[in-house]
Write a protein that binds this ligand. Structure first.
Ligand code: FAD
Ligand code: NAP
Length: 537
């Protein structure tokens, strides 16, 4: 049965609630909990069969977090924190999914969600100042507030290469991985893409498969996870330091030790910091290098360090050169965190096709055809990324004041105030929306910041006995300008990344995350100043 058929097999829901929440990932789960605590009635919708979002869909072999598990955890519930024991430094997808399920069980969150149900439209009525939300199951729900917890990386790019539908073997998309797993034993496998999903899955696929061909368009920076089981002492130390950690993140500090912003390390200090990149602290180690994404000298030193490591690991020097990233700064695309990625290219059953030299012409019934010839395959794994940050929102017909479509308003790229609201769309909130740090942060922290802010804003509207909150166009314009200015001070725009929509043909190229400092302090300050830049009607 398709999703639509399954959804249609239940009785459609009709009626009125205070708030609709779309998505049952970490954002939607916490949002429902906060709204319930505030005494609001909530209807949640989730396209998947259960909770977990990213961790429900991305079941490919090797999927793990790239932020240490103890940090990639909710902070809002002491009971959850103390009752959950991560087993490894970087937890696996099944463990992270169990964690989401555990939270849903503990707070009975599934009760407010309709699963296997896609929200198809959300339309604002100016007279009543309420949203009408419709789904593919025929639900029609009327709500004062509509919160899009639809995820930044929840719309995988499918098998959209020319001829893909003609392939007669098995094909899989990493972001839509089958629940029953895939048996690679004895198979010839083509892996397309060399982003985080491919980098995590390749080593495990290669262990099982007879032969793997990796189709690489752009080589990527990847840092070793050096993953280990978590020792009791590490967990205890984390819990002991937790109050201070919480104080720091709630005060808007990053929650990990950071270098002083004006520190310019000398060569010796820089060399020491670079060693950190190979210590197993991946993205945390990147954050320790001052101005890594601002100072070209420092960035190039870091790039060279990683390039040197790749040359050391990959035994075939010609292959090593092909795997070395050289046309974008380190961290301008999210750096990957791997277990044995580069080492895997030393295996006899793994080979690389450099698509810069020989681009893919088509997928054929029996494999992948490049300008160089055909590579036969039994299985194709598409690890080609996501329509990131705006993809899920653009697939919902969202209409604000005057019937204006969000897609039309964002035709030249997304515009938001603080990544939280859009002028012309009252009472519609986006959790980790474009224009907020979102994907450039530990997402669980960003999610909590946004959910708390949104719940408080809704509480404020209700306390004033008002019916709507909306970003003003002036505040939004100023924010968008500021977001762009901050991005232009960095090396981020130099990479053709999904941060700027470069991975989706035809998508407007706009740098979407906010890279400035002190974001949490800013949004708290806006709220403290009686929601400066918002109109409350
Ligand atoms: P999601 O988890 O994406 O949940 C959104 C949900 O909304 C989805 O379940 C989707 O089905 C649903 N939805 C969307 N549109 C609709 C609709 N129209 N109707 C109904 N339902 C809808 N971040 C980190 O900080 N650290 C990491 O280590 C990390 N690892 C990652 C690994 C992978 C493989 C991926 C893809 C992302 C990773 N991320 C990581 C980012 C990750 O997306 C976030 O950390 C976090 O899980 C996002 O939670 P969310 O609830 O905002 O969105
Ligand atoms: P991605 O980073 O966008 O990588 C997609 C890969 O596919 C890139 O190598 C891209 O090449 C290639 N590609 C795209 N279209 C192609 C085409 N038509 N032909 C050939 N190659 C093509 O996607 P992802 O790996 O799924 O990761 C996305 C994000 O999700 C990550 O950046 C990260 O934030 C998150 N994630 C995190 C983890 C983790 O470690 N916890 C794991 C997976 C994902 P180009 O670079 O040339 O575009």
């Amino acid at each position: 049965m398709t999703n639509v058929e399954l959804a249609a097999s239940r009785t459609p829901r009709k009626g009125s609630v205070d708030a609709v929440v779309v998505g049952a990932g970490f954002a939607g789960l916490y949002m429902v909990q906060r709204l319930r605590e505030a005494g609001l009635s909530v209807q949640g919708f989730e396209a998947g069969k259960d909770v977990g979002g990213t961790w429900y869909w991305n079941r490919y072999p090797g999927a793990r977090c790239d932020i240490p598990s103890l940090l990639y955890s909710y902070t809002w519930s002491d009971e959850v924190r103390l009752g959950w024991r991560w087993s490894e430094k970087y937890a696996t997808q099944p463990e992270i999914l169990s964690y989401a399920e555990h939270v849903a069980d503990r707070y009975d969150l599934r009760r407010d969600f309709a699963f296997e149900t896609k929200v198809t439209s959300a339309v604002f009525d100016e007279a009543s100042r309420r949203w009408t939300v419709r789904t593919d199951a025929g639900d029609v729900i009327d709500a004062r507030f509509c919160i899009m917890a639809t995820g930044c990386l929840s719309v995988p790019r499918g098998a959209d290469l020319p001829g893909a539908e003609s392939f007669e073997g098995e094909s899989y998309v990493t972001g839509l991985w089958p629940h029953e797993g895939v048996d690679f034993k004895g198979k010839r496998v083509a892996v397309i893409g060399t982003g985080s999903s491919a980098i995590q899955s390749l080593p495990l696929i290669a262990k099982d498969a007879a032969q793997v061909t990796v189709f690489q368009r752009t080589p990527n920076f990847s840092l070793p996870a050096v993953n280990t089981p978590l020792a009791d002492e590490e967990v205890a130390a984390f819990h002991e330091g937790f109050p201070e950690f919480l104080r720091m993140v709630r005060a808007g500090e990053p929650g990990i030790p950071m270098p002083p912003p004006d520190w310019v390390p000398n060569d010796e200090e820089l060399a020491q910091l670079l060693e950190g990149l190979w210590s197993g602290w991946g993205l945390v180690a990147c954050a320790q290098i001052p101005n890594l994404v601002k100072d070209e000298r420092i960035n190039e030193a870091a790039c060279e360090y990683v390039r040197g490591k790749i040359r050391e690991i990959v035994k075939d020097p010609a292959l090593a050169e092909k795997l070395i990233p050289c046309d974008f700064p380190l961290a301008a695309k999210r750096a990957c965190v791997d277990t044995d990625y580069f080492e895997t290219f030393n295996r006899d059953n793994v080979s690389l096709v450099d698509l810069h030299e020989t681009p893919i012409e088509a997928i054929t019934p029996t494999g992948v055809k490049t300008t160089d010839g055909e590579y036969p395959a039994d299985i194709i794994v598409y690890a080609i990324g996501f329509d990131a940050m705006t993809g899920a929102l653009s697939r919902i017909d969202i209409r604000g004041r005057g019937g204006k479509a969000l897609n039309a308003v964002w035709a030249e790229g997304p515009r938001t105030y603080l990544g939280l609201m859009v002028a012309g769309f009252p009472n519609l909130f986006t959790v980790t929306g474009p224009g907020s740090p979102s994907v450039l942060s530990n997402m669980l922290m960003s999610i909590e910041f946004h959910v708390d802010w949104i719940a408080d804003a809704i509480g404020h509207v209700q306390a004033r006995q008002a019916s709507a909150i909306e970003a003003t166009t002036e505040a939004q314009d100023a924010w968008v300008e500021h977001v762009n200015e901050e991005a232009d001070k960095t090396l981020y725009p130099r990479a053709a990344s999904w941060y700027i929509g470069a991975n989706v043909p035809g998508k407007p190229r706009v740098f979407m995350p906010y890279v400035g400092e002190g974001y949490k302090v800013r949004i708290d300050d806006v709220a403290a100043k009686d929601y400066e830049g918002f109109e409350i009607a």
